[in-house]
Design a protein around this ligand. Structure first.
Ligand SMILES: [Mg+2]
Length: 248
């Protein structure tokens, strides 16, 4: 039985629509400012392209996303031969930084079924771990301000927040190389399943259904799933299909 269970955090245990919502808000503002001269898709495509470039160059830096909005605004001004206004740069930056709103994290808390599933796994003697990537300070804060702190905390030393991007070595470190006993649960083929496959750990894939989030990660739900992976519709299936999933 696989009793070491590692979870991805965003959109696996807690909802993270904040980035996609911020892009929607930014696009609305840009369309208003430029009188609809560019379509919503053109603006969001440009912002995503700029943001991904910044991510490649500097990793998960705190205001990378906010700066991508400022750069997108500046690029739109250049394209349309309009002057850059400091006030609009500030508005764009603030929309980007709104993703770090602790009050919103507290309010949204866990995804449906998470609490019941984690408690059930503990009752079955599982060791629970969490592996996430992003700005370390804020990823840790998300654990502290949501109910996640109940299961993942400093005392248990059972989580890892990786700023430079998570990989198989981080997963192996968490489970102390006990691959045959371990599984990794996540919502992306590109970030979670691939990492588990690299580590030789059972990948459990619970797809995120928000196309905006998947687009950012270059995630295509139609791409083939690794043959070793188990796909579930919802996290509660870890409980309802317990024997079948963890005996694999
Ligand atoms: Mg995720």
């Amino acid at each position: 039985m696989r009793t070491k269970t590692v979870f991805d955090m965003d959109n696996t245990l807690i909802p993270n629509k904040y980035y996609a919502d911020a892009v929607d808000e930014f696009v609305l503002q840009m369309q208003r400012i430029f009188n609809g001269e560019k379509t919503a898709e053109e603006i969001s495509d440009l912002q995503r392209e700029i943001d991904r470039k910044k991510l490649l160059i500097s990793g998960f830096k705190e205001d990378r996303f906010a700066l991508s909005m400022v750069s997108t605004y500046e690029a739109l001004c250049t394209m349309m031969n309009k002057p850059v206004k400091e006030e609009i740069k500030r508005i764009s930056y603030n929309i980007g930084m709104s993703v770090f709103d602790e009050e919103a994290w507290k309010k949204n808390d866990l995804l449906p079924g998470v609490q019941e599933t984690l408690e059930f796994l503990l009752s079955k003697g599982h060791e629970l771990y969490l592996l996430t990537e992003g700005v370390e300070k804020w990823q840790k804060r998300k654990i502290e301000v949501t109910s996640l702190r109940k299961w993942f905390n400093n005392e248990k030393n059972n989580y890892l927040c990786v700023e430079g991007g998570k990989n198989a070595a981080h997963l192996l470190q968490l489970v102390n190389n006990e691959v045959a006993k371990s599984s990794y649960v996540g919502d992306k083929k590109t970030r979670d399943v691939s990492l588990a496959v690299d580590a030789g750990v059972l990948p459990i894939y619970i797809p995120e259904n928000d196309p905006r989030d998947n687009k950012f990660f270059g995630e295509n739900k139609d791409d083939p799933l690794d043959a070793t992976a188990i796909e579930l519709r919802s996290i509660i299936e870890l409980k309802h299909r317990y024997e079948e999933v963890f005996q694999k």
